[in-house]
Design a protein around this ligand. Sequence first.
Ligand code: FES
Ligand SMILES: [Fe+2]
Length: 432
Amino acid sequence: MASPWTASARTATPPAGRAATGWYPVARSAQVGTTPLPVGAGGQAYVVLRLRPGAEVTALSARCPHRLVPLAHATVVDGRVQCPYHGWQFDAEGRCVDIPSLGPAGTPPPRADLTGPWAVEERDGWVWLAPERTPAVRPPRSGDAVPTPEPVPALPTPAGPVLGNLDPSLAHAWHPVALAGELHEGGWVQARLLGRTWTVHRHDGALDADPPAWGVVERHGLVWIAPAEPRDSPLAVPESTDPRAVHAWLPPARSPAPAGPLADLFLDAAHVPVVHPGADATHEPVAEVTPEAGGSTSVRVERSAGGGLRRTTAVHRAPFQLRVRTDELGTGAARTTLHLLQPEDEDSTRVYSCLFLTPPDGTALTPDDVAAAVAEADAVLAADLELAAGLGSTGLPLLPRDELHVPADSPGVALRRTLADFAAAGPLRRTA
Ligand code: FES
Ligand SMILES: [Fe+2]
């Protein structure tokens, strides 16, 4: 005999834009704990979890509305769902109840709420979701039949354009492809850039690329290629000529995340207390941002654990060049990190990071000081890259309403504007 519920309760996935009515079995009750479980119901992606061990099941939309992070990576903190990137917290109804960067008195905007299904129920050892209002107020009894959950659907993608690593506009910029030290006199290196393999030779001090590029140069200790006539503005690095600054490269790293979201992460201050707990500052996430030709500069001032003032200045130049300098005001000490990104393939970015360290006035850095700073910066980079690997991003959304921006996001909003302008300028006529 046909099961009574298979036909009446479950409907085929509705056409795009149409509501999915009916009840959908999504997981066995025993599978659902305090770790979010991605599921699908009526073609919609959700996560299901319990906000306390043994509590009833909560079902929420599968992405954080802020930066579209998959909530499969969320954790439960004090009975709330916490996004791993900036620590926004959501209650059992999906209401956003805390945005740490707004401060203790801040009120999350209604758009920060997650949407959930119309109803979620546990019956006969199964969790059922009704994405939309449905005439049957309870899921059907399954009798002897074993429900079949549908495959987990892909997460919804942004409606507007997304800047990925293979965007054609990126040909019109300089990109790092190797550490200068990786390319010896008389030798060559192979590098991936914008989905192609390039071989760079060094002969008698001169560089050339195969296939031919508009230009190949050595700058800031890196080898750079401009595949076509570049229209980016160079990043100034005053530290490189400061006799008091000592510099050290971190080992180059690689990420499956595209360069746009990585640049956004390196520019972002609001994730620091969540992703790098223990940072020694009273965290001030909101920056003053000044748009500039080919990029922007943002400045934040906060109080360090020692009580002094600390100013952080972050400079972005399109497409993926960042210089982040922190000055301990009144002491002369400073620390700058360059992040220079190589968009290799759709799902691969090489990350070059260089530290410049300036000791407090009247003191000098020992090799141990430099080694400790490099080890610390490397640990911070590793935490950032672990987070980035879970973003599930195909690129940086360029349409403002595809994400939800709060005041702490102003440097990231400027980054998106710069890159939207860069991408919209269209290809120049190739001259090489
Ligand atoms: S809090 Fe979720 S992406 Fe920012
Ligand atoms: Fe970070």
